[in-house]
Design a protein around this ligand. Structure first.
Ligand code: AMP
Ligand code: MN
Ligand code: MN
Ligand code: MN
Length: 289
């Protein structure tokens, strides 16, 4: 499936590209139109919007770009939560046909899993003595995907914690008091739906899973055997050793390379398109398009 023109693609390598970002349709801080304005201000040329288990932002963003006649190319994307052993692995789908029935159906079951988990997290937090958290998290999420980030925000607003990370460290993180094991799909299912929708499947932020190198290699091998296409090897806050390891996985397992800020809202250390350049030896993911 080719959605991009060859001419466009050839020039991607010389452009400012960011292939991982969020909006208020999941746990991002900016609405789709605010995200587009920021991307244009930051002179981004190519932006993938990859909300958690939803594609709701894409049409809004693209309609706005057309209306404003902005010189920004949107790559239709999604970030799908999956369960792998005892880990939650995020698979980014890029250049997808967002309305493909296989993807629509997977999104539906993922949303059901999100809704169920949210009620259970609410119950656990109530047992911790925090009232009405579910209702408030639901109100924050609105029509969008409800995530643990919404619960973290409510705990922060209610004054139970001092910063978002503390919510994960104390309550929402794996094994903590209000952690609920999610019913995400497996990696193979996510890759398959992305492929049926004509897209490329990429392991999101491989360095963020709190895994040993041995486990990470196992993940990469499993992902490859599921037909996975690429790895996000350039993202904010990586050290040299991590960069080298990620590149070596791409080369060793013949995987394409992606890059992205995983932008949720502006922070000191990360913003749209900031410091995102693929190493020369890597084969960029857009070569698949
Ligand atoms: P969920 O997909 O509902 O499990 O929510 C996870 C989201 O919470 C991630 O996509 C991050 O944006 C945010 N988050 C922030 N800090 C953490 C953390 N320590 N662990 C997991 N998620 C975090
Ligand atoms: Mn997130
Ligand atoms: Mn993620
Ligand atoms: Mn993300």
């Amino acid at each position: 499936m080719t959605l991009m023109s060859t001419e466009n693609l050839a020039s991607f390598s010389t452009k400012r590209v960011d292939l991982h970002s969020h909006t208020t349709c999941s746990d991002g801080g900016l609405s789709p139109t605010e995200l587009i304005d920021r991307a244009v201000n930051f002179q981004i040329d190519v932006l993938a919007i990859t909300d958690h288990d939803t594609v709701a932002a894409l049409d809004i963003a693209k309609g706005y770009i057309q209306e404003k006649n902005y010189p920004l190319t949107i790559i239709d994307g999604i970030e799908i939560s999956t369960r792998w052993h005892n880990f939650e692995i995020h698979i980014v789908g890029l250049n997808i046909q967002a309305n493909h029935p296989a993807l629509v159906s997977l999104i539906h079951s993922q949303q059901q899993a999100r809704e169920l988990r949210a009620t259970l997290i609410g119950e656990k937090l109530a047992k911790c003595g925090f009232d009405h958290v579910y209702q408030q998290a639901k109100a924050l999420a609105g029509e969008g995907s409800i995530t643990r980030a919404h619960f973290a925000k409510v705990l922060l607003n209610q004054g139970h914690i001092n910063h978002m990370q503390a919510a994960f460290d104390k309550y929402l993180g794996k094994g903590k008091r209000a952690y609920v094991k999610p019913q995400w799909c497996d990696i193979e299912t996510a890759v398959e739906a992305i492929h049926l929708a004509g897209g490329s499947a990429v392991i999101a932020h491989p360095i963020r899973y709190d895994m040993t190198t041995k486990w990470l290699r196992r993940l990469v091998v499993d992902f490859k055997s599921c037909g996975g296409d690429g790895l996000e090897i350039v993202l904010p806050q990586m050290n040299n050793e991590q960069r080298k390891l990620m590149l070596s996985f791409c080369l060793e397992y013949d995987l394409l390379a992606s890059l992205g800020s995983d932008f949720h809202y502006p922070t000191k250390w990360a913003d749209l398109g900031k410091n995102l350049v693929l190493p020369e030896q890597a084969m960029p993911i857009w070569q698949a398009w």
